[in-house]
Design a binder for this molecule. Structure first.
Ligand SMILES: [Zn+2]
Length: 455
């Protein structure tokens, strides 16, 4: 590109375009998103000044106050906090773990407590280890071999699956149910291979669940490097011991909030379009991709509309859902309130798949409605955003399904997401400005078009 052309190009793209047609509106949304640092700086604050914010923690409340303040300063039609009771689980002091082998010596390994796990107590837990990949193996081994041992679930996410969310889904039951399954046979603790496609030293946490009438045993995730090491040593020295110490505990419930900001519709103010992400996240990590990005992108949609003078026909809401990670109370309460207030939910979109380059949108709706939405693809092709497909929604907007609301997921590229997901690696530095803002613009454009073309 020659210099003159670049100058003209830049001056054009910095001009606010009062668009004559939808292509131009879409273009101006991208122009504004890619030339404004506002959203990126908001994400930086959420990650760097507040950081890890587990449901029910003081940090989660700081995130509530921060996003409430950001939206209050935007001169929206309404900004409010919706109270919601949430469980409070504290991770406590930094976890410790090591492998103790007569053959190889002692080696510290990185672990993180699984969400809702009980702690080990001060002394920690030390026991022999049995490695398995599946629950069926537990059955074959039986109580006699498992009793008193730590079960090490080491089934990796399948690296050959292009759909990394699919690979995650196929490996996740080790984390969610592993402790209860192993405890059934008398295991005393559980170590789970981190659910990531990356080979590194970050342990990845996530929620787990105990079962009624089955003893509760402590559970941790181990980094993939740690898991490989443990597996290799076990092969050579089956008598080795694993030690870990966790100080996590559940502490009842507290009141937290969903945070909601809205631009009232000009023609159909009673019809609500919800765009949302979740405000809580696991620690360690800053909840940048999961899901600070989705929250800030939702706020950014409102800012983009305001900046370009777009007056939506319907009411557009940005919702910061609380407690997606632990008990999904925020999403449930949002739908409960909607029902109580007899709100009409016209459309909902969830952004909770990281802040990578946008690929498209998934939508669950009636065939007729779906056809209309999939046809919007042509507006996005110039931006390389071409995956418009059937099937969408999300944990937080899921409860709106009972109203017949079309549900949609924002779909960014998914190859790197699980490098960061629920780990100390999910930091602001891992979010690329242009990818993040391409996402904000794509969501804004999608919502703009959904509002324009009656479903
Ligand atoms: Zn998430």
């Amino acid at each position: 590109m020659n210099h003159l052309f670049i100058t003209i190009f830049l001056s054009l793209s910095f001009t606010t375009i009062y668009a004559q047609n939808d292509e131009q509106v879409v273009k101006s949304l991208f122009d504004e998103a890619l030339t404004s640092q506002t959203a990126y700086e908001n994400l930086r604050f959420l990650c760097k000044n507040i950081g890890g914010r587990i449901t029910g923690s003081p940090e989660a409340e700081k995130a509530v106050e921060f996003t409430y303040r950001v939206m209050s300063e935007m001169d929206l039609d309404s900004v409010f906090k919706q109270p919601v009771r949430v469980p409070r689980w504290r991770r406590g002091e930094q976890e410790k773990a090591s492998i103790k082998s007569y053959k190889f010596g002692n080696k510290k390994v990185p672990v993180v407590a699984l969400g809702l796990s009980i702690g080990t107590g001060n002394a920690g837990l030390s026991a022999g280890v049995i490695e398995v990949q599946t629950f069926e193996e537990l059955k074959e081994l039986g109580r006699k071999k498992i009793e008193g041992k730590i079960i090490f679930f080491n089934r990796p996410m399948d690296p050959t699956m292009i759909n990394t969310f699919g690979a995650y889904g196929k490996a996740a039951n080790q984390r969610t149910q592993g402790a209860a399954k192993a405890a059934e046979y008398g295991a005393v603790g559980v170590v789970v291979r981190s659910l990531t496609t990356s080979q590194d030293d970050f342990p990845h946490t996530g929620v787990m669940k105990y079962e009624k009438n089955i003893p509760q045993i402590p559970a941790v995730a181990i980094s993939t490097n740690g898991a490989n090491l443990l597996s290799n040593w076990l092969n050579e020295d089956p008598s080795l011991k694993f030690y870990f110490r966790t100080a996590c505990e559940t502490q009842g419930e507290v009141t937290s909030h969903n945070v909601i900001g809205e631009i009232r519709g000009t023609e159909y103010p009673d019809e609500i379009i919800t765009i949302g992400g979740h405000l809580d996240c696991w620690a360690p990590g800053e909840g940048a991709h999961d899901d600070g990005a989705g929250c800030i992108q939702s706020i950014e949609v409102l800012r983009l509309f305001q900046k370009l003078g777009i007056k939506p026909k319907r009411t557009i809401r940005a919702v910061m859902f609380m407690d997606e990670e632990v008990a999904q109370r925020g999403g449930k309460e949002y739908a409960r309130q909607a029902e109580l207030k007899k709100e009409k939910h016209y459309f909902a979109l969830e952004a909770d798949r990281g802040a990578f380059m946008p690929r498209g949108f998934g939508v669950s709706a009636t065939d007729e409605c779906l056809e209309k939405i999939l046809a919007l693809k042509r507006y996005f092709e110039p931006y390389g955003i071409t995956e418009f497909k059937k099937g969408g929604g999300g944990v937080d907007i899921g409860p709106l399904r009972k109203f017949g609301t079309p549900l949609s997921s924002y779909i960014p590229d998914m190859q790197r997401y699980f490098d960061f997901h629920h780990s100390g690696n999910d930091t602001f530095e891992q979010v690329h400005f242009r990818e993040f803002q391409m996402g904000s613009a794509a969501i804004a454009a999608f919502i703009y078009l959904i509002d324009q073309y009656d479903l």
